[in-house]
Design a protein around this ligand. Structure first.
Ligand code: PPS
Length: 293
């Protein structure tokens, strides 16, 4: 394992939060015992992970839909490679829902048997960058506060948690035939949450009645998640992970196009140039503005 910086470590080309991983655990991922009815949520960080965790938790657990259970997201849909609560994955009852930021080549090999469902959520990378900028200046596991210029360069060069955004999405997309995978964008979820929930249900082969779908949609809105301690993860960040200041919020803005409020014309041009170079011929569509169709 190489040392990338004080906070991140690199394992097989991927950056991990140093405090939360052990090399010997990462080496076991390949052979992790996958079940056919496991579900994996895969995202590049800051792309709508916690949102998708909430949606799946609501779809799968009636007690969550009707507010009779009080198990938080991180226990119901743990982040696979960061088992910070020391859950015994082998003893979890089915269906297990795992969340992960891993690149396609580091996930358990069992996923390529194509029975286990994988849901890949992607977001326009300018908003990912802005979300990461705020998050890393808030949460203590990241290096010292930096400026947008510094953050932009690190992001474009993949020197951040999650590595290179371009490699992550392209890797997963180019290897999509190796997995039972559905791609869905953050922006689609934002623009039409109900039909996104229905698409997800369809992929997961989960039939919910109208009322249940309404309950999922209602409890997965930005406002409702923000005010729900079991869904917004602020407690875990503030108390278990640690913060540099009290100015942050996991559910910060939750919109499309916030990058316009942060990037200068020059920074935006640089981003566009690198984006074009890396994403030429890439077929998935990105939505950059809340008013865009
Ligand atoms: S992490 O740290 O990788 O798990 O972060 P992640 O959950 O992927 O991304 C956090 C951003 O997702 C936004 N979010 C939402 N947007 C709209 N609606 C809902 N319900 C929702 N839930 C989370 C969250 O606000 C972060 O984006 P920004 O732009 O920072 O607000």
């Amino acid at each position: 394992m190489d040392k990338t910086n004080e906070y991140l470590v690199n394992f097989k080309g991927h950056n991990f939060v140093k405090r939360f991983v052990k090399t010997e655990d990462l080496e076991k991922i390949d052979d992790f015992d996958i079940r056919d009815d496991d579900v994996f949520i895969i995202t590049y960080p800051k792309s709508g992970t916690i949102w998708t965790q909430q949606i799946l938790r609501l779809i799968y657990f009636e007690g969550h839909r009707n507010n009779t259970e009080n198990i938080s997201t991180m226990y119901r849909t743990p982040v696979f490679e960061y088992n910070i609560h020391n859950l015994d994955y082998a003893k979890m009852s089915s269906p297990r829902i795992f969340t992960s930021h891993l690149p396609y080549y580091l996930v358990p090999k069992g996923l390529t048997e194509k029975k286990t469902k994988t849901l890949y959520i992607y977001r326009n990378p300018k908003d990912v960058l802005i979300s990461y900028f705020h998050f890393s200046n808030w949460v203590a596991i990241f290096e010292a506060t930096y400026t947008m210029d510094q953050c932009l360069e690190k992001f474009l060069n993949g020197k951040v948690l999650g590595n290179c955004w371009f490699d992550h999405i392209r890797g997963w997309y180019e290897h999509r035939h190796d997995f039972n995978i559905m791609f869905l964008s953050y922006e689609d979820m934002k623009k039409d949450l109900r039909s996104s929930v229905l698409k997800i249900c369809n992929f997961l082969e989960k039939e919910l009645n109208e009322e249940d779908v309404d309950a999922v949609v209602r409890q997965a809105t930005f406002e409702n998640m923000k005010s729900d301690p079991l869904a917004n993860c602020n407690y875990i960040i503030n108390n278990e992970i640690g913060v540099k200041n009290n100015d942050g919020d996991f559910l910060r803005k939750g919109t499309i196009g916030d990058w316009k409020n942060h990037l200068t014309v020059k920074q935006n041009e640089r981003f566009n140039m690198i984006f074009k170079r890396n994403m030429k011929h890439f077929p998935l569509k990105f939505i950059w503005d809340i008013n865009e169709q």
